[in-house]
Design a protein around this ligand. Sequence first.
Ligand code: ZN
Length: 396
Amino acid sequence: MFELTAEERSELTSLLSKLVRTPSLSCREGAVARLLADELTRVGVADVRVDRIGNVVARLGTGGRPMLLYNGHMDTVDVTDRAAWEYDPWQGVVDNGMLHGIGACDMKASLAAMVYGVKKILDSRVALDGELVLAFVVQEEPCEGLAMRVLAEEEEVRPDWVVLGEPTNLAVSRGQRGRVELRVTARGRSSHAAHPDSGENAIYAAMRLVFGIELLSGNLANDRFLGPGSLSITQIQSSAPSRNAVPDRCWFYVDRRLTLGESEERSLAEIQSVIMREGVSATVEITEYEEVSYTGYRARMRQVFPPWALPADHPLIRRTIKSLTKTLGRRPAITSWDFSTDGVYTMGQAQIPTIGFGPGRPEDAHSPNEHVRLTDVHLAAQAYAQLAVDLLNTAG
Ligand SMILES: [Zn+2]
């Protein structure tokens, strides 16, 4: 019932192309936010605003419960290797049914599809029994969950269900591994490099920890659905009074992916045990994210992102599958993401039932030649319209 007309399909395509042509690196999402807010107003949403951190928040329905929230992040990662791109990453070129460019798949395709899903609902004059909120959020790439936390805890938008539009290739995702970012600092004592025995080399101490931590990686927890936890040492630095001196400090960062059953405490304790065993002077701590949004809001957050999975038999999943089957003409696959999303806050922390559904193949995110199939974007728009009506207007 929400099938897009030929005209709507071409408008949706040109909106997506315009979104790709409007750069929106993290903390610089202002121009894309204005474009989306204007577009939501143009298709008929009466209540569109920008919140304190810069999220675009559009609301429709009666204002009562239940509240269904569609989430999409406006920021993209940067283009690092321009030569690796076949099409200009900033042009939103359409070729052979595909739209190419940075953010095409992750995740401007779903933002555009959600706008047109809402247009279809409004044009159909179906009254929503509850509230549909679109939250187009900032800074998801560097600090997933942050903008959703601000929306829920400071702006008091507290949904009953969340649908994340991150790419799933039109499957239903019901979870992801979490992560923590850790900094390990080894301390030594400086001396002239001509007399190394008078000092204690912090790099040698750090190397013992590096090897000990590498050995940990074979023994992390494993979850049947999300797979095993993992860890990577991602960066290492040291300081010394000069290059003719023994370094007094060496620190490195660990990206620790958490599967179900693993926690911040556990990841700290594992590294603590390596420090104890090696007998070196070192500390381990969780790193902090701190940035100012394009609206001037200073956000700080410890880099702890819990894993989550919604049980396979949860009513939100059952009802979503039923609704999507109507639109797609087939039963969608159930999957999990191997990257991190705003679900770390909505489900991992706030325990709000959360699922994912979006156009685009997850493997095309964050890679050169990012693109999305336009027929999938059009289908997603129809699916978002149908799903909102089915979740809000039909009893469990
Ligand atoms: Zn994404």
